[in-house]
Write a protein that binds this ligand. Structure first.
Ligand SMILES: [Zn+2]
Ligand SMILES: [Zn+2]
Length: 387
């Protein structure tokens, strides 16, 4: 695999940064230590500009090429946040914080983009400007959205954006990508069902919300199986079912459901929301109670642009010889907000045979660093070639 010599030399440094970040995981927007470390490194590398506090704890570095006559500006994005999981890897550099862990490999993403930033700052062998973007709160907080709302694209004149995620189960250092819809829209719902509680031995004197809730859970399974076109992707999962009774002999007054909807298109998203309302309200009414649905739209569908995806795949091929077609992912990705503002592409880099992301035994694979860093460097040097 052709890896740039300078990046191969930096492998040990990048690995050490990764282990340090791994040991000190920070959740959502609380990436204070990580953001400070990133900003310090970017300044040491000699970036032309380093700006902190975009999207609360987001950090941006600007690196100008030896020439900038092309007028091109590329945004490269990594995420910095960890998850509220208690680490069980037994690593020497395992998390020092209870219930916080880099279980999605964002430690590796941050370290790899730092490595690329160092290389690009040293060599500047391109005609244009690179904007390296380090975002907090990818895991559900919308850090990417907040950076966009803070004017990320306009302020730095970004024209295209690129992102990367490690992928367990994919051979280490290999690449996979797909054009169009790639990661799902992730919505959440809460359903508050109100019945009439009472004695469990006198059900005829109650309006039992557990029956309403049970029929609602089953009824919502027909959204994917009977309302959605079978060739479209739609997931409706109820993940929490709580009643207001803790007793064996009391029919509760209320049931509280929570869950998530995953879709790959605007049509499916609208359909799911509409049917959840109809099924919940209709079922509860038919059984003598009432239901209130609170539907919260989360990350939008993440859509890779055609031209940038083809380019990103070609770059991956130039590094590892091939680039596979990635599967659709029903998980969400905050990079969707950046791709709504600018055309770009998001690629998967193989993490090898490891536990899946979000598992307490997961660990980012340091052997993926040369491929990941090389992809970043080549994206810049091939998209904005020095004349
Ligand atoms: Zn994750
Ligand atoms: Zn992740």
């Amino acid at each position: 695999m052709p890896v740039k010599n300078r990046l191969a030399e930096l492998h040990d440094d990048i690995t050490a940064w990764r282990h340090d970040i791994h040991e000190h995981p920070e959740i959502l927007f609380e990436t204070h230590r990580t953001s400070a470390l990133v900003a310090k490194k970017l300044r040491e590398f000699g970036c032309d500009d380093v700006v902190e506090g975009i999207g609360r704890t987001g950090v941006v570095g600007v690196i100008k090429g030896n020439a900038t006559g092309s007028g091109k500006v590329l945004g490269l994005r990594a995420d910095m946040d960890a998850l509220p999981i208690h680490e069980q890897t037994g690593l020497s550099y395992a998390s020092k914080t209870d219930n916080a862990m880099h279980a999605c490999g964002h430690d590796g993403h941050t370290a790899m983009l730092l490595g690329a930033a160092q290389y690009l700052s040293e060599t500047r062998n391109f005609d244009g400007t690179v904007v390296v973007i380090f975002q907090p709160a990818e895991e559900g907080g919308g850090g990417g959205r907040e950076m966009c709302e803070d004017g990320l694209m306009e302020r730095f004149g970004i024209q295209e954006v690129y992102g990367m995620h490690n992928w367990p189960g994919q051979p280490v250092g290999s690449f996979a990508i797909r054009p169009g819809a790639f990661f799902a829209a992730t919505d959440q719902f809460e359903i508050l069902i109100e019945g009439l509680g009472g004695h469990a031995a006198k059900p005829h004197e109650t309006a039992d919300p557990t029956i309403m809730g049970s029929q609602i859970v089953m009824g919502m399974q027909t959204i994917a199986s009977r309302n959605a076109d079978p060739v479209d992707q739609l997931v409706v999962s109820v993940t929490s079912f709580e009643t207001s009774s803790k007793a064996f002999n009391v029919i509760p007054q209320r049931v509280h459901l929570k869950g998530t909807v995953r879709t790959m298109s605007a049509e499916m998203r609208v359909l799911a929301e509409k049917r959840i309302h109809e099924i919940c309200e209709g079922t509860a009414t038919a059984l003598g109670g009432k239901a209130e649905v609170v539907y919260h739209r989360g990350y939008p569908v993440m859509v890779n642009a055609e031209a940038q995806t083809e380019f990103a795949a070609d770059v991956a091929k130039s590094i590892s010889g091939q680039c596979d077609e990635a599967p659709l992912v029903m998980g969400g990705e905050d990079f969707a907000y950046l791709l709504e503002e600018r055309p770009g592409a998001y690629i998967l880099v193989g993490n090898g045979d490891t536990a899946m992301v979000h598992h307490p035994e997961y660990n980012f694979n340091d052997d993926a660093i040369p491929a990941g860093c090389s992809w970043w460097a080549e994206i810049v040097e091939q998209r904005m070639p020095a004349s």
